[in-house]
Design a protein around this ligand. Structure first.
Ligand code: CDP
Ligand code: MG
Length: 140
């Protein structure tokens, strides 16, 4: 398996409840290394562009409002097969369907307020990393 990088967001429901450290521990325990990290307040325009693929879905407005409701922590995670591994550690989108021990099973409040985002493929990982981090922030 190849060494990969993926993009992660610790979402507002989690930062608000002071769960940043608990979530990062899940990543690290799974062998994912945090190689870049910053806490930001997303703008509405950024949230709408980031989730543009979902713009026609009924939950789009609510999702964008949620993503700007509190600061988020954006991160780049590195490891063997990092994209799939992160999705595994996150658990299913709906916490009711998430496997025991996953971040969403333990921490998510609902299908919308589900604590974490993780890239779903190498192409989206590259786009999402570049959207939030400059080359100079990614030297590690
Ligand atoms: O985040 P993930 O890739 O697992 O799911 P997605 O299908 O790409 O949806 C993106 C985000 O939209 C989810 O993480 C939820 O926050 C939100 N969502 C929602 O509010 N209601 C749904 N029925 C599906 C997704
Ligand atoms: Mg997705």
């Amino acid at each position: 398996m190849a060494l990969e990088r993926t993009f992660s967001i610790i979402k507002p429901d989690a930062t608000k409840r002071n769960l940043t450290g608990a979530i990062v521990k899940k990543f690290e325990d799974a062998g994912l290394r945090v190689v870049a990290s910053k806490r930001i307040q997303m703008t509405l325009a950024q949230a709408q562009e980031f989730y543009g693929v979902h713009s026609e879905r009924p939950f789009f407005g609510e999702l964008c409002d949620f993503m700007i409701s509190e600061p988020v922590v954006v991160q780049v995670l590195e490891g063997e097969g990092a994209i799939a591994k992160n999705r595994e550690v996150m658990g299913a989108t709906n916490p009711a369907d998430a496997a025991a021990g996953t971040i969403r099973a333990e921490f998510a409040e609902s299908v919308g307020e589900n604590s974490v985002h993780g890239s779903d493929a190498p192409e989206t990982a590259a786009i999402e990393i570049a959207y939030f981090f400059s080359g100079l922030e990614l030297v590690g």
